[in-house]
Design a protein around this ligand. Structure first.
Ligand SMILES: [Zn+2]
Length: 319
């Protein structure tokens, strides 16, 4: 979805010089050594582009139809081949800790320095990883029940390695998630989780307030949740009467979004009973790290939620 690459753009350039050389041979009877040299030059110069262009197009259409067990090794292969042009230093991804020449351009509206060539982590995933590594107890080695909703593969594989069996992935549709879950009706008892992470899901959910209350209910009293959404409006805008995909695209920026959130998103989380601490990129990293780790404005802010504590004798009981 929305992959942009200089190699895709340059793939047609393969055909043009090679066609010229072939025509030249046929029409002008080019001497054999010069012909062979030209072909070799063309293949060396544009071969990778041809290979990459064909490979990525074929893979995109066929990958979706393959059974799950075949997808993982193929993805591994494609990922490694696609990373070749990005080998180098200057950038480092906090998620996979690998370095590269630069991050890949990505997005329906192309963003430069967006996607890690090795693990496909985007800006917001890298910021999230940096945040949980530096500011939370997630990786302190103690056992924790962690709920990850709509698990992004780049994060899920590493979280699984680090957290083991206590790490639960959940999704309404994706069969690769460990449990099937409707976040407006979570089938777990109160105070089940030490950590809940749910990113870029609530903008798809009609009753997002109910989902927030469900997260609040199932979070342990001393637990924490990171609940992220794209903030793309001055004030939250929603209209339940807009249901057609094309109309939603126009109104909310994506065919399956049901609202645009504004900075007042935090107030909705507070209504659900959370205390919300907002951390921006500059609170977490210096300018050099922001450049090297590709944490730009598209990373958004981190909304870190804990259950609001009522003071002794405050008299206002939480719902
Ligand atoms: Zn990475």
């Amino acid at each position: 979805m929305g992959h942009q690459s200089p190699y895709e753009y340059s793939a047609p350039l393969v055909y043009i010089p090679l066609s010229i050389v072939v025509l030249w041979k046929w029409t002008l009877r080019l001497p054999p050594p010069l012909f062979a040299g030209s072909i070799t030059f063309g293949v060396l110069l544009y071969g990778p582009a041809l290979f990459y262009g064909s490979l990525s197009n074929v893979m995109k259409t066929t990958l979706a139809k393959l059974p799950e067990w075949m997808k993982a090794p193929l993805r591994w292969l494609v990922t490694h081949v696609r990373a070749i042009p990005y080998y180098g230093t200057g950038r480092v991804c906090p998620v996979c800790t690998k370095s590269s020449r630069r991050f890949r351009t990505y997005g329906a509206v192309a963003r430069k320095e967006a996607e890690c060539a090795h693990c496909s982590a985007l800006e917001r995933h890298r910021l999230l990883w940096l945040f949980v590594s530096r500011r939370t107890d997630l990786f302190d080695g103690k056992s924790k029940q962690v709920l990850h909703v709509a698990p992004e593969p780049c994060l899920a594989t590493r979280l699984q390695e680090k957290l083991g069996d206590d790490y639960i992935t959940a999704d309404l549709y994706r069969p690769t998630a460990r449990v099937r879950m409707d976040i407006t009706n979570i089938d777990y008892p109160d105070e089940s989780f030490d950590v809940i992470y749910c990113s870029h899901v609530l903008e798809h959910v009609l009753d997002d307030r109910k989902a927030m209350r469900e997260f609040h209910r199932t979070l342990k009293s001393d637990g924490w949740a990171i609940l992220l959404v794209p903030i793309s409006a001055d004030v939250t805008y929603e209209d339940a009467s807009i249901v057609e995909p094309q109309d939603r695209l126009k109104a909310f920026g994506q065919e399956d979004h049901v609202r645009r959130y504004g900075p007042d998103y935090a107030d909705r989380l507070r209504e659900a009973g959370f205390d919300v601490a907002i951390t921006g990129i500059h609170d977490l990293a210096d300018d050099d790290e922001i450049l090297r780790m590709g944490l730009r404005h598209a990373s958004g802010d981190i909304f870190y939620c804990t259950k609001r504590r009522t003071g002794a004798g405050a008299g206002s009981k939480q719902l």
